[in-house]
Write a protein that binds this ligand. Structure first.
Ligand SMILES: *Cc1c(COP(=O)(O)O)cnc(C)c1O
Length: 403
């Protein structure tokens, strides 16, 4: 067997590297030259462009999706002791934001194929304390929004969408983040659209938009935002205990140019997704489910499942073998109940969420950034095949030893 890695060390393929082009770089530099680094006109343009793209009434830019989720739960009027039902197959920020807001997270297991929260499991977890549902459009695949909206309506629950993977996601012609009371987005470096760090909240009601703006800026009355201008001195009043979650113009300078490339970047990721599907069709691994009809998948993550029983190599061995080939890969995600703090605080047991647990123990995310060249994609494919061949050799050796 050939022991040379697929890629040389100096060409390590960084997982989820952002695609940054000259327009962003020039805009950041010119923003710095204006001297207006903080919240200002660029944040306002970015909000306007984002809400126009999404067809939403209001957009509030913040400094992360974690902040967006935290403020949304507060603005939804949740009180300590209120329960929020969410998914065990997510990033810890989803659960943490519920805790930050003083509410109690409750998990409902995912569907094993879509990896999205299962509406039947959600309904089974509803108690008199349940006040909100917080679904995550996992990997960019829309959740079953007909079912979730219907449950929210029937039980009078708030619906807060975690759209960190779901910029381009659509369900039956409607864009993710506009179904619920609040739609929360992330512009972290690894996401489909980046501002380095950043987030956005979409809402349909002006009262929610006003409250979110106050909460995002120290609890200062909404006119305080006018301080970020040159139309004379403005006194401000603090009307509640808020947070420091506002986005900077420096970040928005990146976002307004990234916005323009949402469609071509999506198209590129779709191409990579299809190339992987074709290249891996006969391998002993589970590929991500095809997008459902009448939906748009955002292709944020390409997640395969590697089960040692079939592949002859364990997930963790596979992860290390890919690194040895100089290909950066990810795990999205170890299921939430596996983390010690949640076990300790909420008594969660991984076995109680068997679908999320299985995914968490077997999943690997392959690079699918729009930045990848065709040669990068072929390197990933060659590395996956090489790592699996290792597994097949191992199985043959083990079978021979057992015989
Ligand atoms: C990235 C991510 C977040 C957090 O986003 P930040 O902008 O980094 O705070 C929340 N939920 C999910 C599902 C994510 O992937």
């Amino acid at each position: 067997m050939n022991n040379n890695p697929i890629r040389s060390k100096d060409r390590f393929l960084v997982f989820a590297a952002p695609a940054i082009e000259d327009a962003e770089i020039e805009e950041v530099v010119s923003t710095m030259k204006t001297g207006w680094l903080g919240t200002g006109p660029k944040v306002m343009s970015f909000e306007n462009e984002f809400k126009a793209y999404k067809g939403s009434q209001y957009a509030i830019a913040v400094n992360s999706c974690t902040a967006a989720l935290h403020l949304s739960i507060l603005a939804a009027g949740l009180q300590p002791g209120d329960e929020v039902i969410t998914t065990p197959m997510t990033f810890c920020a989803t659960v943490n934001s519920i805790v930050h807001a003083g509410a109690t997270p409750v998990l409902a297991d995912v569907d094993p194929v879509t990896m999205n929260i299962d509406p039947a499991q959600v309904e089974a977890k509803i108690t008199p304390k349940t006040k909100a549902i917080l679904p995550v459009h996992f990997a960019g695949r829309p959740c079953d929004m007909d079912a979730l909206c219907e449950i929210a309506r029937r039980y009078s629950l708030k619906l807060i969408e975690d759209c960190a993977h779901a910029i381009e996601t659509e369900y039956k012609g409607r864009k993710a983040g506009t179904f619920g009371d609040f739609g929360c987005f992330s512009f972290y470096v690894t996401k489909n659209l980046t501002t380095g760090e950043g987030g956005m909240i979409l809402v349909g009601r002006q009262a929610d938009a006003d409250r979110l703006k106050i909460l995002a800026l120290h609890g200062m009355s909404k006119d305080a935002w006018k301080r970020f201008g040159d139309s004379g001195y403005k006194h401000y009043q603090v009307v509640e205990i808020g947070f420091k979650y506002n986005m900077m113009d420096l970040q928005a300078a990146i976002g307004i140019h990234q916005m323009k490339r949402v469609a071509p970047y999506w198209k590129r990721r779709e191409q990579i997704w299809q190339r992987y599907n074709e290249a891996f069709a006969d391998l002993p691994i589970t590929l991500p489910a095809n997008p459902e009809p009448d939906t748009i998948h955002a292709y944020h993550l390409y997640t395969i499942l590697v089960d040692e029983a079939k592949a002859g190599i364990s997930r963790d061995e596979f992860l290390n073998a890919m690194y040895a080939e100089n290909i950066g890969v990810g795990v999205h995600y170890i299921s939430m109940p596996e983390h010690p703090i949640y076990k300790q605080m909420f008594g969660w047991q991984p076995e109680d969420y068997p679908n999320a647990r299985y995914i968490g123990l077997h999943t690997i995310s392959l690079p699918i950034s729009a930045k990848l060249t065709d040669a990068d994609v072929e390197d990933v494919i060659a590395a996956v095949k090489k790592c699996l061949a290792l597994g097949q050799t191992k199985s043959v050796v083990l079978a021979a030893a057992a015989a």
